[in-house]
Write a protein that binds this ligand. Sequence first.
Ligand code: NAD
Ligand code: UDP
Length: 333
Amino acid sequence: MILVTGGTGYIGSHVCALLLAAGREVAIVDNLSNSGADVVDRLETVTGRRPLFHRGDVRDAGFLTEVAAKLRPECALHFAGLKAVAESVRQPLAYYDVNVGGTATLLKVLQQNGTRRFVFSSSATVYAPSEVMPLTEESPLGPYNPYGWTKFMAEQILRDLAAAAPDWRVAVLRYFNPVGAHESGLLGEKPLGTPNNLMPRLCDAAAGRTPRFSVFGLDYPTRDGSGVRDYLHVTDLALGHIRAMEHLETAAGAHVYNLGTGTGLSVLEMAAAFRAATGVEAPYEVCPRRPGDLAEYYSSPAKAERELGWKAEKTPADMCRDAWAFHRRCLAD
Ligand code: NAD
Ligand code: UDP
């Protein structure tokens, strides 16, 4: 049995789809604060198999104990958390509570119930701002917002746990910029409020839900002046979790991996890729830089390729096509 916290969310649902398709037993724990229970039905439609679903909060030790004592999961994949950088600046306590407190509570419960394999959703925001690219797992750490600090602290808890208790096997996965959606069009990123990220905003503009999207800054020292990020398809990212989980069958200790493509794409390049892949123009306007944004960062995914045999395969065209297909389906629902 694999326990997936946050399994009805964007990334967790794609990992559940792969696990179910591979015949694994899956139990989702999610409080549905940023997703819907309909995802459980969608997983069944996509894979022909239904995961167990337990609605509850990862900060609730009593609830988690009930689930873990009954299911005795062999491995936990921990996606549940809050993820909006700007919100974390406004509400730091909520972010520390869920992302750090929730992770510590979950680990305590797993420790008491015999689970010793753990895959954690971390983020490229743990790295210090740097002009030296690509970022490797050895690049200096130094988050620059509360969200990044919550991931940094959760990583530290995991390193300390693996050092203190050698039977724990931990994979910390630092995601770059996940985009796109499941090829079925049934799973994707469905933000409940106004989206902050580039791809959903680009889709909103393409669909005419907003008149245009903002390009936040055309005066960065990048090849076309717009910000550069390492976008990767969520299905590639999901596959990285399966490889990491498998790796922990034999690898002891705590291991950190970047999951990215290794290639940076600018905002304008993404807009052009979107137009080419979908045939739809997303109008934009150039706006001032967004406070707190860095000009450019992208990963070196070499360690994940070397040790996990994982490499992102999907192209920006795949990312745009699949994001757009999901977006249109959501609008139709
Ligand atoms: P998401 O919001 O779609 O999924 C998170 C899920 O966790 C949601 O279904 C939500 O309802 C659930 N959740 C939130 N708080 C909870 C709580 N206290 N108890 C139980 N469930 C709770 O987000 P996502 O994009 O799928 O991200 C998954 C993980 O990956 C998060 O930890 C996030 O910080 C991390 N991450 C995401 C990105 C990204 O760009 N999407 C990048 C780097 C890291
Ligand atoms: N961006 C933009 N317009 C938007 C949203 C984002 O120009 O409406 C830019 C942003 O400045 C950054 C890139 O797109 O250069 C990716 O931003 P996103 O919020 O998706 O991810 P981040 O890397 O900031 O976590």
